[in-house]
Design a protein around this ligand. Structure first.
Ligand code: HCA
Ligand code: CU
Length: 437
């Protein structure tokens, strides 16, 4: 793969294209934090709410260390009031001496706050529902009570010299006037961050942009955002929040969380990768981290996962393969090697082209003329028109075709079964011209 990359680089003649992944024409907004956000990693809080999740102390420690190695800014842990073991695990992770700051999540209540500050965390994430639905069916409190309690809890946590964030659950179904008056009240008492949470995954990117833009003008503290993925917008929403001036985004590895989860850790890093500000996180550790969590919660990484999915950097059609081999940025916005991943040019299909076959032949140390590559490609395409072929089939055609040229013999290119012999022979009689790709 690296030789393909070198080929790609060598063929970039124009100096402005020296970095094939450079995007010089990106217009940036002065409020946008797309290339300078902080990650609040919630695999050990929101992720524990995923249906399949059960993390024992050892697994939590292993995940916390891996997140720390990746370089996340904060690790958020389950409310220590949830169970005795949750509290003990929180205390154990605080003692690990990680570089990431350790946060714990709590309800907006003094009882929770007292227990949280005693665990040794670096900060507390306070949360309460503000939509009328949550107020009626969850905690039953009104906006004035919420404001008063929030201020009490914030002052208490701050008096212990640690960070405090205040977040409104179900922000996007809450009344805007209520929201802004609560955020502004907590900002005035010196909360470190306010949190906007799309608890039910109902927000659209445009709504997110508008709310965060308005909020940016109302509070002076940092703005954290939390997006559920019920409608498939969690990454886009996180991205828009950053564009509008949010400073922190909540993620979990592979997006695990309540229902179908939240913004995945790999999502914003991919978006950030596009903006070429990649030095902050060990992106090459993403795959290992995802494998660790996938195994812990017994799920497979989807084939189409951003960055780490099986096919994320696989190029198949002849037109794509030709261009990719010339310059990877033609069909890639992310450099796979930044994430420790490899590009793969798929060459064993009816859609292949002679450039991909030439590249594969060269990997097999076989060199032929352009005419021969094209003829060999036509044979591969003819077989792939009859049945699906494996890499091994295409390799064996390339090798036998090459040996035949060298020896002047006409050995069959493939072992064909009875059903394949006749259609393959018919194709041989009318060889199709191989297109230039
Ligand atoms: C939940 C709460 C939460 C909290 C988010 C936050 C949500 O549903 O358990 O603290 O900002 O989605 O509202 O995860
Ligand atoms: Cu959530």
């Amino acid at each position: 793969m690296s030789s393909e990359r070198e080929n790609g680089r060598a063929l970039c003649s124009s100096p402005i294209n020296r970095n094939p992944y450079g995007h010089g024409n990106t217009v940036s907004d002065f409020l946008s934090n797309v290339s300078r956000f902080k990650i609040i990693e919630s695999t050990l809080r929101e992720g524990e709410q995923f249906a399949n999740a059960f993390f024992d102390t050892q697994k939590k420690i292993e995940i916390a260390r891996a997140l720390d190695e990746f370089g996340v800014d904060y690790i958020e842990l389950t409310n220590p009031c949830a169970s005795d073991q949750s509290r003990l695990d929180c205390e154990a992770i605080c003692k690990l001496g990680l570089k990431a700051k350790i946060l714990t999540h709590i309800r907006c209540h003094m009882d929770d706050a007292r227990i949280a500050v005693a665990t040794g965390v670096d900060g507390v994430d306070v949360m309460i529902g503000t939509s009328s639905l949550m107020r009626q069916h969850s905690h039953g409190k009104d906006i004035e009570y919420i404001k008063k309690t929030a201020i009490e809890v914030i002052n208490f946590v701050k008096s212990h010299g640690i960070e405090v964030r205040f977040s409104t659950e179900d922000s996007f179904r809450s009344d805007l006037v209520d929201l802004l008056s609560i955020y502004s009240a907590v900002d005035q008492v010196g909360v470190h961050r306010v949190g906007v949470a799309d608890t039910i995954g109902c927000a659209s990117p445009r709504q997110v942009y508008e709310l965060i833009r308005v909020l940016r003008g109302v509070v002076s503290c940092d703005i954290e955002t939390h997006f559920h993925d019920d409608a498939g917008c969690a990454i886009a929403n996180a991205y828009c929040a950053l564009e509008a001036g949010a400073t922190h985004i909540d993620t979990s590895v592979l997006g695990i969380g309540e229902r179908n989860g939240i913004t995945p850790l790999g999502g914003p890093d991919g978006a950030d990768g596009r903006h070429a500000s990649r030095s902050k996180y060990r992106l090459d550790k993403l795959k290992d981290l995802e494998d660790l969590v996938a195994e812990a919660v017994q799920i497979n990484i989807p084939f189409n996962n951003y960055i780490t999915g099986l096919c994320a950097f696989t190029h198949k059609a002849g037109i794509h393969a030709k261009a990719i081999l010339n310059d990877p940025s033609t069909y890639e916005i992310i450099n796979p090697t930044d994430f420790g991943m490899a590009r793969y040019v798929h060459f064993a299909s009816r859609l292949t082209g002679w450039n991909a076959i030439r590249s594969r032949a060269q990997q097999l140390n076989i060199s032929m003329t352009e005419k021969q590559y094209k003829e060999c490609t036509a044979k591969i395409k003819a077989l792939a028109d009859i049945r699906p072929i494996a890499m091994d089939d295409a390799d064996s055609i390339i090798r036998t075709y090459y040996r035949n040229i060298q020896s002047g013999e006409d050995n069959p290119l493939m072992d064909l079964n009875a059903d394949e012999i006749v259609p393959f022979a018919a194709k041989k009689k009318e060889p199709r011209e191989v297109p230039s790709a």
